[in-house]
Design a protein around this ligand. Structure first.
Ligand code: HEC
Ligand code: HEC
Length: 307
């Protein structure tokens, strides 16, 4: 396993305190991707590890891979929870319908009508550090973003540029007509998820490292992350969970359990305005898919954050 030989970047620790924590990307923009036709098999095939050349390029790609699968340990200055990139982008960023890197890389820079802005690939990576990893974004031209970009570029070798590939993102799972039900979601969770993710969503650790990632609490993604949207989590879950049994939950179960997970506390949205959950809800959550931030459930205000 040559991939494991990467030494943590010493620059990471030095550059972290050169700038204050700021939000680089406005939000973790929602991807609109087509539902995949049933039985679709013709997905793009990324190259295999043995095809990597034994030179400076191969070394940079390996560094990017290492950062992607072992993020918390390789880039501690930029990670504020217990996750690694590959916890949500499965099979090392290769798996279709799990937001694979080969589906992402050819689609940037991306124009966003919502705010009339263009987001670069580097900004997209910074956004995942900031929200999904509850951390600080590394500099766009720093060693971490450079290595991660090289890894994504390599995975996208021979992919068409500017064309939406089948399997990009997480396919949309339409909201059931009846909406979602938190109590039903709790039942699905108990029966199908708790065995790995824990009774209280805390995940499972061996020593300092999570072997099963946490779904809520202080070590999970924060209130600004894409996964906090119930619709996005329902899509990820239906295609990828329970691990190894993707596509076994129906739409209703996926929505119910996604809502249940996202009704629990997690680290505060780093974009919090004047300490006000309500102001933050209005500015960032009112038009961000389906989510519970700033709403009251059973008399409890959701989105208070947890440290
Ligand atoms: C908690 C889950 C989670 C973690 C951890 C995570 N991401 Fe993401 N990532 C997402 C979600 C959700 C999206 C947006 C997908 C959507 O809205 O459909 C996304 C989007 C992306 C995209 C854009 C995909 C595309 O097709 O345009 C890239 C690239 C990316 N993430 C890279 C990373 C990197 C690098 C890391 C680690 C530093 C990381 N992600 C960690 C959940 C996560
Ligand atoms: C067999 C163990 C197992 C079961 C059962 C399971 N998961 Fe997971 N889940 C994992 C692992 C392991 C990962 C990280 C995958 C990786 O790193 O390759 C993960 C990742 C996740 C993530 C993204 C990472 C994070 O921490 O937010 C979510 C969300 C998730 N699972 C939800 C669920 C839900 C909902 C269920 C039940 C329907 C479920 N899982 C059942 C093992 C499991």
């Amino acid at each position: 396993m040559r991939f494991l030989s990467f030494v943590p970047l010493s620059l990471a620790l030095m550059s972290a305190n050169l700038y204050a924590a700021q939000t680089v990307m406005d939000d973790q923009s929602e991807l609109k991707t087509q539902a995949v036709a049933a039985g679709h098999t013709a997905y793009f095939q990324p190259p295999a590890e043995h095809e990597l050349p034994d030179n400076a390029f191969g070394k940079l790609v390996r560094q990017g891979h290492s950062l992607f699968v072992d993020t918390r340990r390789q880039a501690p200055a930029y990670v504020g929870n217990g996750l690694n990139c590959s916890n949500c982008h499965l099979d090392q960023g290769r798996l279709p319908n799990s937001a694979p890197l080969w589906g992402a890389y050819p689609m940037y820079p991306a124009y966003r009508k919502k705010n009339d802005k263009v987001n670069t690939f580097a900004e997209r990576l910074q956004g995942c550090f900031q929200f999904s990893m509850n951390g600080k974004p590394p500099l766009a031209d720093g060693p971490e973003i450079t290595a991660l970009s090289a890894y994504a570029y390599w995975l996208a070798t021979k992919a068409p540029l500017g064309v939406e590939s089948a399997g990009r993102g997480y396919p949309e799972v339409a909201q059931p007509a009846k909406g979602y039900d938190l109590a039903q979601g709790a039942q699905v969770y108990k029966a199908q998820c708790a065995i790995c993710h824990g009774d209280t969503g805390q995940g499972q650790k061996v020593g300092q490292d999570y072997v099963m990632p946490p779904l809520w609490g202080k070590d999970s993604y924060n209130w600004g992350a894409g996964m906090h949207r119930i619709n996005t989590a329902a899509s990820f879950i239906q295609y990828n969970m329970p691990l190894g049994k993707g596509k076994s939950l129906n739409d209703q179960q996926a929505w119910d359990v996604a809502a249940f997970i996202n009704s629990h506390e997690r680290p505060q949205d780093p974009r919090l305005i004047d300490g006000s959950i309500e102001k933050t809800r209005v500015k960032f959550h009112a038009n961000d898919g389906v989510n519970l931030y700033g709403q009251t459930v059973d008399g409890v205000l959701i989105g208070q954050g947890i440290r």
